[in-house]
Design a protein around this ligand. Structure first.
Ligand SMILES: C[S@@+](CC[C@H](N)C(=O)[O-])C[C@H]1O[C@@H](n2cnc3c(N)ncnc32)[C@H](O)[C@@H]1O
Length: 289
């Protein structure tokens, strides 16, 4: 009974989201939605209708709420098998990273891949860049991925890929990469990196939805799973990284996907990629030579 009711509420949420997204595409649609959302009674009704498609104050609150309706998230078998397939393709949005990284590739010895899934990014990067034989590529992801990462690497006869349970392992790495995952973290990138004893030399963000203005917590709803995510401010992320000593080398739009928050179409944007290099004077002496 409760399952059927929850399914119905998600269905109503989906239809409401479709309606609001269509309205946002009309002339003045975005302004109309913002106008409606300023009236507390209408806003509350829209949130109720949107169910798992509504905005939330933070990722933890969102996750608690959405799990009542859709129990599965990142561990869903469809999500995992898609990541395995990605190991064999170089996606369009990987090319900017490959372009900016190729000059550094032969000198890489440690990589920290935050939200690295099953380690799938390593395989196309290695195919295109011929990464060093002594490289250590550490995938950091949710605990359920550890065995999958290791088994997958074994199936490819790949000894360079391992799993890290600790964010601290990112301290001082040559390359910190977060691709398609920064939005699953509450903290801004500069805050995450700022906690490390030593900053990574290169920091790359790819395939990430951002907000055009202030950050907003929303959801990504798939077939049988849902993730809470935070669209960080694009300008705020860049400013934060510059404040801790990084220089933005490149920024590229990723048109494979777009964020479409039904109640805040004014914040919607395409996905983005960013390539940062730590300024030489912020690097430890021996690494800056
Ligand atoms: C869309 S996949 C990205 C995989 C890969 N980086 C790529 O570009 O294809 C997002 C990954 O983020 C991971 N993730 C989500 N929340 C996380 C968290 N709190 N800590 C670590 N990993 C997380 C998920 O488990 C998932 O593997």
């Amino acid at each position: 009974m409760a399952v059927g009711l929850n399914r119905m509420r998600v269905g109503i949420g989906s239809s409401t989201a479709v309606g609001l997204r269509a309205l946002a595409r009309l002339p003045h649609g975005t302004r109309l939605i913002r106008f409606m959302a300023r009236h507390p009674l209408i806003e509350r009704s829209l949130r109720g209708l949107l169910c798992v498609y509504q905005p939330f104050p933070d990722i933890e609150t969102a996750t608690k709420y959405i799990r009542r309706f859709i129990p599965a998230g990142h561990e869903h078998s469809d999500v995992v098998s898609q990541l395995k397939q990605f190991a064999d393709v170089t996606r369009e949005s990987d090319y900017p990273v490959l372009f900016y990284l190729c000059g550094y590739a032969s000198g890489l010895s440690t990589v920290f891949d935050l939200g690295g899934g099953i380690g799938n990014l390593f395989y196309p990067y290695d195919r295109e860049l011929r990464l060093p034989a002594t490289l250590r590529w550490m995938v950091h992801d949710l605990p359920d991925k550890e065995e999958i990462v290791l088994q997958f690497a074994k199936s490819r006869n790949e000894h360079r890929v391992g799993f890290s349970r600790r964010m601290e392992d990112a301290s001082g790495v040559d390359l910190f990469i977060v691709s398609g995952a920064l939005h699953y973290f509450e903290d801004e990138l500069a805050v995450i990196l700022g906690r490390l004893a030593e900053l990574p030399r290169l920091a790359v963000v790819n395939r990430t939805p951002f907000s055009r203005a202030e950050p907003i917590v929303t959801t990504q709803v798939g077939d049988g799973y849902v993730h809470a995510c935070k669209l960080h401010s694009l300008a705020g992320t860049i400013a934060g990284m510059e404040a801790i000593g990084y220089r933005l080398i490149a920024k590229w739009p990723v048109h494979e996907r777009a964020s479409r928050v039904p109640l805040r179409p004014d914040l919607n944007d395409t996905y983005w990629g960013l390539f940062f290099v730590l300024d030489a004077d912020r690097r430890p002496k021996d690494a800056s030579q």
